[in-house]
Design a protein around this ligand. Structure first.
Ligand code: ADP
Length: 156
C-alpha cells in the first residue's frame, strides 16, 4: 500500500490544501494529513482547533487520516511506513522554500521523496494568511475554505 504524508501548518486548512489532498489521493492509496506542530510558532487557531477543523474538513473523504507531530516529518514518515511527502506549489515564491525543504529531507532520509502538485489556477492565490486577513476584515471567504472553517471563525 502506497502511503503519503501531507504536512503543513493548516492555520486554517483551505480549499487550496483540500485540492492538493484530493489530487494526491488519485496517486496514493492513503494520505495522512499531518499537522506539523511548532509550539514556538503562534497562529490564529490553536493546534487542537486546527486538528479538529482538519478532521471536519476531510470527514467525507475516504483513505485520509488526520494526525499531528511535534517532530520531523521524515521521522513521522518512517514511523508509518510512508515513502512520499506531498507539498503544493503556488507561485515561484513557493519554489525556493520547497526546494530547500526537499534538500533537507533528502539529507535526513534519501529513501523518502517529496512529490509536488501545482496549485490549480482557481486556488493559486489562497494561503492561510490571506484567509485570516480576509476573515478578520469581514470578507466573505465561503468560496475559499470548507464550511467548517467559516464556522470556526464565527466562534472566534
Ligand atoms: P507550511 O507552513 O508547512 O508551509 P501550509 O499549511 O502553509 O504549511 O502549507 C502546506 C503546503 O500546502 C505547502 O506546500 C503549501 O505550498 C501548500 N499550499 C498552501 N496553499 C495552497 C494552495 N492554495 N494551492 C496549492 N498548494 C497550497
Amino acid at each position: 500500500m502506497k502511503i503519503a504524508v501531507y504536512p503543513g501548518s493548516f492555520d486554517p486548512i483551505t480549499n487550496g490544501h483540500l485540492d492538493i489532498l484530493k489530487r494526491s489521493l488519485e496517486v496514493f492509496d492513503k494520505v495522512i494529513l499531518l499537522l506539523a506542530v511548532n509550539p514556538a510558532k503562534k497562529g490564529v487557531f490553536s493546534y487542537p482547533e486546527r486538528l479538529q477543523i482538519m478532521k471536519d474538513a476531510v470527514a467525507g473523504l475516504g483513505n485520509v487520516e488526520v494526525d499531528s507531530t511535534e517532530g520531523l516529518t521524515v521521522d513521522y514518515c518512517r514511523k508509518v511506513g510512508a515513502k512520499h511527502i506531498i507539498r503544493g506549489l503556488r507561485a515561484v515564491t513557493d519554489f525556493e522554500y520547497e526546494f530547500q525543504l526537499s534538500a533537507a529531507n533528502h539529507f535526513l532520509d534519501e529513501d523518502i521523496d517529496m512529490v509536488f502538485f501545482m496549485a490549480s489556477s482557481a486556488n493559486s492565490f489562497i494561503s492561510s494568511s490571506t484567509i485570516n486577513e480576509l476573515a478578520k476584515n469581514g470578507a466573505d471567504i465561503s468560496g475559499l475554505v470548507p464550511p467548517c472553517v467559516v464556522k470556526a471563525y464565527q466562534g472566534k
